[in-house]
Design a protein around this ligand. Structure first.
Ligand code: NAD
Length: 321
């Protein structure tokens, strides 16, 4: 049985990953400081003897606060919101860079030999090649969030080279799903609840990104981890979809799932149509490498968005967020 540790376990993607790891027979230690995590995301697993949970803030030195007997760390805990970097860059320094450093130190001192890092497609900045492959360069992220993720990647690379830890980096595109905590789907749902007749869309609506469902992302992490013996000491995998969905299409999907027909107003945005500074207007990753390893998404970009909107609406109808 693989003994896995998942940081950010009570968060959005982390909780899908915990479910997937337990389903394929691993034991899981979940770690989260609950700054954005929700117990409801992991409570279905609390009776499972293969699952344990530690509440811990990874900005602190870890010392003996986590069990050392693990085969692989999946490090997902982070401040994942690009917009935070506009007003609070220190949050991404602390929760992304410092927390990753602390987890790498934990791996080094505990003798953990495998470390999977959730990075992000934002490390590509505004690449000149699309679909963008993993070996695209130069990596010049345009947001503080993207910079922090690239710093985490390079620090993990250094730890891998120096201390013999096998590093696997995942760069997901835009991840959506019923346990989502932030992002355009939730923004639109909240705005349309407040005013079902009109929706203000940040930017010019033409920003288009590849969306992928969190359950598909979790399956990619678990599948690639199961191939660890065949992986190099440092590997990077994009995880996304072959197609893109525009912000305007998302507005239409959200409206149709809510059964309303609002008019749309566009803010125009900044820097020629971005929703905010640091927003990448177009994201389309090459997924050839992860496909070649045997993974395929269950849902297209549009279908991931539609399914996630339905899940978010049904969750809030049941009294969730
Ligand atoms: N959501 C996306 O579209 C997306 C895309 C690409 C990459 N990612 C990456 O995937 C990972 C998970 O993102 P998510 O969308 O599930 O976000 P999330 O906010 O739902 O989950 C992150 C979790 O980490 C926890 N956390 C934050 N700071 C912590 C700290 N200092 N100590 C301990 N726990 C802490 C939070 O409480 C939360 O539960 C992040 O690393 C993010 O950068 C997300």
């Amino acid at each position: 049985m693989v003994k896995a540790m998942v940081t950010g376990a009570a968060g959005f993607i982390g909780s899908y990953l915990v479910d997937e790891l337990l389903a394929e027979g691993s034991s899981v230690v979940g770690v989260d400081n609950m700054s954005a995590g929700k117990m409801e995301n992991v409570e279905a697993n609390t009776g499972n003897s293969a699952f344990s949970f530690v509440k811990l803030d990874l900005r602190e030195e870890i010392g003996g606060k986590l069990p050392r007997d693990v085969d692989v760390v999946f490090h997902l805990a982070a401040d994942p919101e690009v917009r935070t970097g506009l007003d609070h860059p220190e949050s991404q320094f602390e929760n992304n860079i410092l927390a990753t450093y602390n987890m790498l130190e934990f791996a080094r001192k505990s003798g953990v030999k495998r470390f999977c890092l959730a990075s992000s497609s934002t490390v590509y900045g505004e690449p000149k090649v699309a679909p963008t492959p993993e070996d695209y360069a130069p990596l010049l992220p345009i947001s503080i969030y993207g910079c922090s993720k690239l710093a985490c990647e390079t620090m993990a690379f250094g730890y891998g080279q120096t201390f013999g830890i096998q590093i696997t980096v995942f760069r997901p595109a835009n991840v959506v799903g019923g346990r989502g905590t932030h992002g355009v789907l939730l923004d639109f749902i909240a705005k349309l609840r407040a005013d079902p007749r009109n929706l203000l869309i940040l930017g010019d609506g033409s920003q288009a990104k590849s969306y992928v469902h969190a359950s598909d992302v979790a399956k990619a992490f678990v599948l690639i981890n199961s191939r660890a013996a065949k992986l190099s000491p440092f590997e990077v995998f994009n995880v996304g979809n072959a197609g893109k969905t525009s912000v305007r299409s998302i507005a239409e999907i959200v409206s149709s799932e809510m059964g309303i027909s609002p008019s749309y107003t566009f803010s125009g945005g900044v820097d020629g149509g971005r929703a905010w500074k640091g927003d990448v207007r177009s994201v389309l990753l090459s997924i050839d490498k992860v496909r070649a390893a045997g993974w395929a998404p269950n849902w297209s970009s549009d279908d991931s968005v539609r399914r996630s909107v339905a899940e978010l609406l049904s969750r809030s109808a049941r009294g969730g967020r």
